[in-house]
Design a protein around this ligand. Structure first.
Ligand SMILES: [Zn+2]
Ligand SMILES: [Zn+2]
Ligand SMILES: [Zn+2]
Ligand SMILES: [Zn+2]
Ligand SMILES: [Zn+2]
Ligand SMILES: [Zn+2]
Length: 320
């Protein structure tokens, strides 16, 4: 039997993994899977053949987990050993759910040493997979509608980077407070004509600084100290072109952050501007319309020796 392409029927007595499977259930499943491989003498088969076998035997829930995995190289998707290791990590990290009182950033920071102690080589990727899987289960992307303005549809959470995911989680978890602030600012904008006696701090007249009602208070608009929103001099930006939400000027959450779509800075994936280039004349593929995202970028054509396109896309006469 060794060396042949394995048949899924040979694993017939192994049940697909289930939603309530815990780490020990997974280890048990994995042991039975390995036993079958050994007893049928399949272990000589190549790992890229056993990869698809694993995907068939593991069942729909397992596939859901695997689809959320991120691979550094596309051929790793079918590698049996890499898949098993990633599943080990998935079920292990599931033992550490997020606490209700914990912010998403605190949770990420708590998982980091846990992942490192477990010997995970790329803990950031493993933690991102853990968090995106939880969010997917809660239909997170679908529920973002109306909370953030989106120019580029988020087709899969795993395409975003961790900073973008953290931003979105914070937006969706604090939407009520944000809505109250927006409504309040709209109201005081309407009342804006009313003359304030004092335009510096609390809006009312007083002689000494220490009796100011705004002393030690934070502004609801800009989060600055010692003044109220009605006297705030910061502009309030609605539907920011870089992050997609409303905030005071200078308070953009995308500032200094990297975009996962174009790898540029100061905006997020869902507000990224470059269009898609379909059937690129230089590489033949589809990618966003930025030179360095082209697969043929800086590559030399084997036909004309010019840089920036593949020989399959060469417009010059064949030299050989
Ligand atoms: Zn005052
Ligand atoms: Zn302010
Ligand atoms: Zn912004
Ligand atoms: Zn971008
Ligand atoms: Zn291209
Ligand atoms: Zn060429």
């Amino acid at each position: 039997m060794g060396g042949c392409v394995s048949s899924v029927d040979e694993f017939g007595d192994i049940e697909p993994i289930r939603r309530n499977h815990e780490y020990c259930d997974w280890l048990d499943w994995k042991r039975r899977f390995h036993d079958t491989i050994n007893s049928k003498n399949l272990h000589q088969e190549l790992s890229h053949i056993l990869g698809p076998t694993l995907k068939e035997v593991i069942g729909p829930y397992g596939i859901e987990i695997i689809e959320n995995f991120q691979f550094r190289e596309s051929h790793q998707k079918l590698n049996f050993h890499i898949l098993l290791r990633k599943l080990d990590i998935f079920f292990y990290l599931r033992r550490f759910p997020r606490n209700p009182t914990e912010s998403i950033t605190e949770y990420r920071d708590r998982l980091l040493p846990i992942a490192t102690d477990f010997g995970i080589k790329y803990p950031e990727i493993a933690i991102k997979e853990k968090i995106t899987f939880d969010l997917k289960t809660n239909h997170f992307v679908e529920n973002l509608n109306g909370l953030v303005s989106i120019r580029n549809k988020i087709t899969a959470l795993k395409l975003l980077n961790m900073e973008e995911i953290i931003f979105l989680v914070n937006i969706s978890e604090n939407w009520e407070a944000r809505k109250r602030r927006d409504d309040f600012l709209k109201r005081i904008e309407k009342e804006g004509f009313r003359q304030l006696r004092n335009e510096n701090c609390c809006g009312s007249n007083h002689l000494q600084d220490r009796i100011c009602q705004a002393k030690g208070e934070r502004c609801w608009k800009c989060d600055g100290l010692n003044h109220f929103a009605k006297t705030c001099r910061k502009r309030y930006i609605r539907d920011c072109i870089n992050c997609g939400i409303n905030h005071a000027e200078g308070k953009c959450g995308a500032f200094g952050k990297e975009c996962s779509r174009c790898e540029g800075f100061n905006h997020f994936h869902w507000k990224c501007l470059p269009a898609m280039r379909v059937h690129c004349p230089y590489c033949g593929g589809s990618h966003i319309d930025i030179a360095r995202r082209c697969l043929a970028f800086a590559r030399t054509c084997s036909n004309c020796q010019r840089v920036g396109h593949f020989s399959t896309m060469c417009r010059y006469k064949r030299l050989r």
